[in-house]
Design a protein around this ligand. Structure first.
Ligand code: ADP
Length: 388
């Protein structure tokens, strides 16, 4: 069927003059079929011809443009409609009308398709898509995206609140840690002086107290250092370059070589993928996990640590498994909390910050980390990271 213009905006235009090959009844049937079809669309739809005259529009589009039935139904041209609706629909004040109209018309005349989001005077947001037809006309589609915009605004507010609270937490941790270091240094200095100059005047109980005090100070220093380390993860910008995990693993294994030898551990890793991220932070992640696997080994057997990987749909899932002391399955989530420790510090040194740091690092890389454990059998840590 040939579509000519201008025609009534609510229907397909009449047959071309002189072309009587299709009966009027058939034309009317098709016209009403087409109108029913576009009226069923959930978005506002209008088709304009090459002269920018409206050929057909649906009921939804009509309801969005409350201005004058005559204007909508007489095959009005776009410029007329835009001028008519500028204030009532788009909220454009009189003083800006000409500029706004010129810009809109220039868009329409360009061969480019156009999509933009616009808040209208009814308080709703619409995504307005204008697509050029082959004959140089325009298909206009207005989709109500008010809910989507509200969702985006909520997500933005939430992200901003989160980043404010993270920044406040980071400042607090940094300030508290630095302020704690000074009195701690004094405790360590005076404890050292007592040990040096007054050890002979202290009885056994006094010496025990002194030694416990020194141990507590050492532990506090470690806590402060780890806390600073944890808060620095937030402060550091995460690089997003490609990182070959084979190199990262080799570096970490080199750093922990002595610990592995001392524990007589058998440590193996399969070939690892390249991921997108920060080599320094990923090294901290591997170092925390590998040193835990060595630390929480079972004295009754030789430690075995295996790093394996599966890659699927752009995600690498690394699994670091050990045959150590393990933990109760219901603790699998709590161990990622800061300062959470399941095993006594007399037996296993630590501050409970390592796994919390691991989680922050992985999350900042857009990944996830989880654990599985079985008391007396071992633990498995699964890290999922986006690959390159
Ligand atoms: P830390 O080792 O300094 O205590 P982490 O945050 O690294 O702190 O670990 C938290 C707790 O999780 C540890 O105290 C330990 O109880 C448990 N855990 C971590 N890794 C393992 C592991 N490989 N096997 C058994 N338990 C582990």
């Amino acid at each position: 069927m040939e579509v000519s213009s201008p025609g009534p905006a609510h229907a397909v235009p009449d047959q071309a003059e002189g072309d009587r090959s299709v009966p009027d009844t058939e034309i009317n049937r098709l016209r009403s079929l087409l109108q029913d079809g576009v009226d069923a669309l959930p978005s506002g739809f209008a088709l304009f011809d090459a002269d920018d005259r409206c050929v057909i529009m649906n009921a939804r589009f009509r309801s969005m443009l409350p201005g004058g039935a005559a204007l909508l139904e007489a095959g009005a041209c776009f410029a007329q409609m835009a001028r008519h609706n500028a204030l009532s629909v788009f909220g454009i004040p009189e003083a800006e009308l000409d500029d706004w109209l010129a810009r809109r018309i220039a868009y329409r005349e360009s061969p480019e398709n156009d999509t933009f989001d616009q808040k209208l005077t009814d308080g709703c947001w619409y995504r307005i898509q204008e697509q050029r037809t082959r004959e140089g006309g325009t298909v206009t589609n207005w989709t109500d995206i008010t809910d989507l915009k509200a969702e985006q605004a909520r997500a933005t507010d939430y992200a901003e609140a989160l980043s404010r609270s993270n920044a406040a937490l980071k400042d607090f941790a940094q300030a508290a840690s630095h302020d704690l270091k000074e009195p701690l240094r004094k405790i360590e200095t005076f404890a050292g002086r007592i040990e040096k100059g007054y050890a002979q005047v202290l009885d056994e109980k006094g010496l025990t107290y002194l030694s416990r005090m020194t141990d507590a100070a050492t532990r506090m220093r470690r806590l402060i250092t780890d806390l600073l380390d944890y808060s620095s993860i937030e402060a550091e910008a995460v690089a997003h370059g490609p990182v070959d995990l084979n190199d990262v693993w080799a570096d970490v294994a080199g750093t922990l070589d002595m610990a592995m030898r001392e524990a007589q551990a058998r440590v193996t890793a399969c070939p690892l993928p390249v991921v997108r991220g920060d080599a320094g932070q990923l090294a901290r992640l591997f170092q925390n996990l590998l040193s835990n696997a060595l630390k929480y080994s079972d004295p009754a057997r030789r430690p075995e640590v295996t790093l394996s990987v599966t890659v699927e749909s752009g995600l690498a899932t690394l699994c670091l498994a050990d045959n150590g002391i393990g933990f109760e399955p219901e603790q699998a989530e709590t161990i990622f909390g800061i300062f959470t420790r399941l095993h006594g510090r007399r037996k296993y040194e630590g501050t409970g910050v390592g796994l919390a740091s691991c989680r922050r690092i992985v999350e900042r890389h857009g990944g996830t980390i989880r654990a599985e454990g079985e008391p007396g059998a071992g633990s498995r840590f699964f890290v999922t990271l986006p690959t390159v």
